[in-house]
Design a binder for this molecule. Sequence first.
Ligand code: GDP
Ligand code: IMO
Ligand code: MG
Length: 431
Amino acid sequence: MPTLVVVGAQWGDEGKGKVVDVLASKADIVARFAGGNNAGHTLVVEGQQIITHLVPSGCTYPGTICALGSGMVIDPVVFREEVESLQALGLLQGDELRVSLGAHLIFDFHRALDGLREDRASTHDNQIGTTRRGVGPAYEAKAGRRGIRVRDLFDANRLRERLLQCKAVADPEFERLGHDHRVDVDRLLSDAAEWARWLEPMVGDIGEECQQGIDAGKRVLFEGAQGAMLDVDHGTYPFVTSSNAISGGVCTGIGIGPTQIDDVWGITKAYTTRVGAGPFPTRLDGAEGNGLRKAGNEYGATTGRPRDCGWLDLPALRYAARVNGMSGLCVTKLDVLAELPRIQLCTAYEDGRLPGKDDLALARPVLETIEGWDDPDVGPALRAARTREQIPAPVRAYLDRISDAVGVPVVLASVGPGREETITLADAFEG
Ligand code: GDP
Ligand code: IMO
Ligand code: MG
């Protein structure tokens, strides 16, 4: 079974970076298929924290191909800075990086529009709470057929044409918003020539490279960004990102067919977090929410914003399992729950509401209190556990409960941020 998709099963920040880093030890290719530098994926290797935003989280393994697919939106300035800072750490010293010619680019005017729109929305109380990285405006240009792709960097005439199209749409909006930013076609053309020189050795057809790898029996890991509930089609629209974060996004965002996907592993925290606006049925206000944020150190890896925290939401997780066709569940941050005086679990919503069907903002959780974690031995034993047998009994019961409710086996449990703080319950790439 050479392909495995790893996706977020909640509202992002589930620990995809950590899990991908663990699984990438077996992979030949790690490819991102959606999103941009709205993502922040954290790896902790030998005590050192690395946060990736665009570069796939297989970047710590020399020789492992790290590919950015056509479904992504890439800010060339951010990408170069990220690559250079990883290189300064001694990573990516060879020719591991690949960038799709079909990926779209984020320019300064996309970023400016994102921020200005958010500022304006805040005065009308309808902010999305975006990461302000220009991701929404870049996908909007893509759907509007005026987007600028990596391949356009290598064709000055086409690039000028596209920039003029973008200018015709963006400049009047800047004016309306009372801002003096304008699309500077000449400056961007000159910047683009430099980006093209730098990117040239990495660009290619990622779908073709992944397919060739699959055909040759190589192990290909597709790394998701964001999470199911932020998916533009299946999440809590309009409080979503602008791309397909679910496993189906691999086909469109890489350029391979659904029959090429063998396994889909969804990542969930042992509780739930969300950053940005929008419905969150199990959100905890007050002391309990603050306690969870403190115990889990829940601050955004990209923007540093405090994440809202709440109990694990089984109906939302069941929904995420369906829209992703999930074959395995990875549960992270179990150690955090051991810090809390009381743990609850959302088993259903009142009135029989369901995510994806009814307005999630109106859903009120039915909560159950979980027993057994208040034993002072549970926390230390859990953090030290490396095998199924070493997992304390109440934690094992919690995992079984989740697995039964979602209908998907738990294949990996994470008990700390470090690569080694991981319990593997099923082999990846083994089917
Ligand atoms: P991603 O966007 O899904 O890759 O997740 P983020 O990196 O944005 O956020 C996850 C945070 O949880 C990071 O700070 C990780 O280092 C951390 N983390 C991941 N797994 C665990 C775990 O099992 N326990 C603890 N305590 N922290 C974890
Ligand atoms: P990773 O990959 C958590 C959220 C933003 C906002 C909404 C739209 O690290 O899990 P955008 O900038 O995409 O237009 O913002 O989506 N968001 C994320 N939340 N983790 C992420 O990525 C996110 N990427 C976007 O907070 O609510
Ligand atoms: Mg993140």
